[in-house]
Design a protein around this ligand. Structure first.
Ligand code: PEP
Length: 253
């Protein structure tokens, strides 16, 4: 059985002081209230990775993740952060291919394949994001596009390696808009992604890969979304910035 995972994407929010308070409030709530085997990840801005990681100590249920890494190993790339640097901080996870990176920073499939490779090379677990914009959903091209995104950036991996990836399906029209995919829409797309993985790697490998849903997940809708058989938890933006709300989301997993 796949473990449920709830990752919070803090994006470019919070001062260090606010970040420390948020992490400590959620940690307290998770310890007191959340039962069961849910993995929680705080994907925080780069400068907060170490402070928040240190604050968590050896918490077995909560880890930190980065929101991006460079496709380059090292060198003259001012402003960039490498996978090796993240590894050296003891960061286990990195979000790759978030739709905001694709949209505002022009990240394409080939670049994301490189970022995936370098993250894996350094022992990080990529949380690979895919998802369609509204116009593609409306013209019924969503399944084809998401399959293509997964294929183009991940299908060069061998079966043992793709098992190390977490996939996050995040329809762009649902991110930060308050408009969530219905549980049926999420389940349908997750099943499509899993079937696509199975067609390339076999059912056992496909069944071992966690596929998270992202897009306006909140305390009110998390339980229904996470109950879908192919939805293995969530990647959560706005609701992860409010401790009570995020704790309720985690409880829904
Ligand atoms: C995200 O940014 O990954 C996300 C899903 O954001 P939100 O939950 O705010 O829609």
């Amino acid at each position: 059985m796949r473990q449920k995972i709830v990752a919070g994407n803090w994006k470019m929010n919070k001062t260090l002081e606010e970040a420390n308070i948020l992490a400590s409030e959620i940690t307290g709530m998770v310890a007191d209230e959340v039962k069961g085997d849910v993995k929680v990840i705080f994907c925080v801005p780069f400068p907060y990775l170490l402070p928040i990681k240190n604050q968590l100590g050896n918490n077995a249920r909560i880890s930190v993740g980065a929101q991006n890494c460079s496709e380059h190993e090292s060198g003259a790339y001012t402003g960039e952060t490498s996978a090796a640097m993240l590894k050296s901080l003891g960061v286990p996870y990195v979000i790759l291919g978030h739709s905001e990176r694709r949209q505002y920073f022009g990240e394409d499939a080939a670049l994301l394949a490189k970022k995936t490779d370098i993250a894996l090379k350094h022992g990080l677990t990529p949380i690979f994001c895919c998802g369609e914009p509204l116009e593609v959903r409306e013209s019924n091209g969503h399944e084809a596009l998401v399959k293509k995104q997964v294929e183009e950036s991940l299908f060069h991996l061998d079966a043992d390696t793709i098992k190390k990836i977490i996939i996050a399906y995040e329809p762009v029209w649902a991110i930060g808009t308050g408009k969530t995919a219905s549980a049926q829409q999420a389940q349908d797309m997750h099943a499509v992604i899993r079937k696509h993985l199975a067609s390339k790697y076999g059912q056992a490998v496909a069944d071992s890969i966690a596929i998270l849903y992202g897009g306006s997940v909140n305390a009110a809708n998390a339980k229904e979304l996470f109950a879908c058989p192919d939805v293995d938890g969530g990647l959560v933006g706005g609701a992860s910035l409010k401790s009570r709300e995020f704790a309720e989301v985690i409880k829904g997993a």
